[in-house]
Design a protein around this ligand. Structure first.
Ligand SMILES: Cc1cc2nc3c(=O)[nH]c(=O)nc-3n(C[C@H](O)[C@H](O)[C@H](O)COP(=O)(O)OP(=O)(O)OC[C@H]3O[C@@H](n4cnc5c(N)ncnc54)[C@H](O)[C@@H]3O)c2cc1C
Length: 388
């Protein structure tokens, strides 16, 4: 009856706790390839870079929690294959572990550009505590940071670097920031807010290579033909789901490991949760891969309920947030099916919300900047209007 969880991240840690809360007394083992107990990643691009945040502030639960509940943690251990017929997994060490139920919570990894020089020590990505520690040590006043990618992580690091007094250039391939994840008014507002803090932007600009000098990247070659001088580079160009284990085992994958509303994969004994999955979104009658804590936690509850034979949790409206300087951006819903937007509040004062409405006037999504009441109300409205 044992339950094996691969991935000791937000989703993996949460599902173990959910299983115990629902009364499961099965032996539970979590396999994680990082050396840490399950922790939250959002602070890594925010508070972690700005202040002396210690692990206890980002860890999901203390070690004693797992010990007291009989949850075994195998850290610094990597699962390298799944044998579905034998109901076993093999670790990189060669050890084999059996399971009755397997939960894949393998998350995602930072996407790389594939350019020569990308592995040099002053070129960073941000996914783990180890990455965040390296970045934090390199954020030194007066140094030049080139951020490649104007998404959430790039902008959050840019904000922290400016607060430390660095010279910051953000290079973005698209014509606007946050192009994949936010509306044009939010992109424009964020750009001008960052510019007022001294961040420079080069939009519609790709990166073609790195200038390497003395074992470090000294410049970023741009598609415009220019080279941006750099003491440090952050590559923030998205994340790739860790689906290889599932794929090699013949589990159906598309843009992530395909799961149903119970977080079950194409193998009924194997569940998948979090950033590694492509999941159904009931409120929007579609499937998508979401990279958010809220989605990981919701799927952890779905899987735990299905495994314990409990009542399925009510579907949640997707939500997300980002902190930059003293701006709090909160997003509820997805703009799928929206035909118009309505900006409410005071953009000049940095307190406003963008509502996305469909042809029948129903709210699809709301993006709120320093407007938590608008966000909460929007989230509740979407839940009511789009239920079923
Ligand atoms: C810097 C940063 C900022 C973020 N900010 C926000 C935010 O503001 N709001 C928000 O909602 N979301 C944010 N996110 C996204 C959020 O952190 C993720 O959605 C969440 O961590 C997903 O949890 P997960 O457990 O699916 O994946 P992860 O937390 O990535 O955990 C997966 C774990 O599995 C391990 N693993 C993978 N393969 C194996 C294997 N074969 N064997 C053993 N272990 C394995 C990985 O190393 C990792 O430790 C942010 C992410 C980052 C990186």
């Amino acid at each position: 009856m044992s339950i094996l969880i691969i991935g000791a991240g937000h989703a993996g840690g949460a599902v173990a706790a959910n299983l115990r809360q629902l009364g499961s007394d099965a032996p539970i083992t979590i396999i994680g390839d990082e050396p840490y107990l399950p922790y939250q990643r959002p602070p890594l691009s925010k508070a972690w870079l700005k202040s002396d945040v210690v692990f206890a502030a980002v860890g999901l639960r203390p070690q004693s929690y797992y010990e007291q509940r009989g949850i075994t943690l195998r850290l610094d251990a990597r699962a390298s294959s799944i044998d579905r017929g034998a109901h076993t997994i093999t670790l990189a060490s060669g050890e084999t572990l059996g399971y009755r139920t397997l939960i894949l919570a393998t998350g995602a990894r930072a996407r790389r550009l594939g350019l020569v020089g990308e592995d040099l020590p002053n070129v960073h990505v941000l996914r783990t505590i180890a990455d965040a520690d390296h970045i934090k040590a390199a954020l030194v006043a007066g140094r030049r940071l080139v951020v490649i990618g104007g998404g959430y992580i790039g902008l959050e690091v840019a904000a922290s670097a400016r607060l430390k007094g660095m010279d910051v250039l953000v290079v973005e391939r698209e014509a606007r920031l946050l192009a994949r994840v936010a509306s044009p008014p939010i992109s424009a507002f964020m750009q001008s807010f960052h510019e007022r803090q001294g961040v420079r932007f080069q939009l519609e600009t790709g990166v073609t290579g790195f200038d390497v000098r003395d074992g470090r990247v000294a410049g970023v070659q741009l598609s415009s033909g220019e080279t941006a001088a750099a003491d440090m580079v952050l590559v923030g160009v998205g994340a790739v789901p860790n689906t290889e284990l599932a794929q090699a085992a013949g589990i159906t994958c598309s843009n992530g490991i395909a799961v149903d509303l119970e977080a079950r994969t194409s193998d009924p004994d194997i569940f998948a949760i979090g950033d590694c999955t492509e999941r159904p979104l009931l409120h929007y009658s579609c499937r998508a891969r979401l990279e958010s804590v809220a989605s990981a936690l919701e799927q952890a509850r779905q899987a735990a309920a299905a495994i314990c034979g409990g009542k399925a949790p009510a579907p949640e409206v997707p939500w997300f947030w980002s902190d930059q300087y003293d701006l709090k951006l909160q997003i509820a819903g997805l703009p799928i099916g929206a035909t118009r937007i309505d900006v409410r509040g005071d953009m000049e004062q940095g307190k406003f919300a963008v509502a996305h409405l469909d042809g029948e006037g129903r709210l699809c999504a709301v993006e709120a900047v320093n407007a938590p009441a608008e966000y909460m109300a929007g989230r509740a409205t979407i839940g009511k209007q789009r239920a079923g």
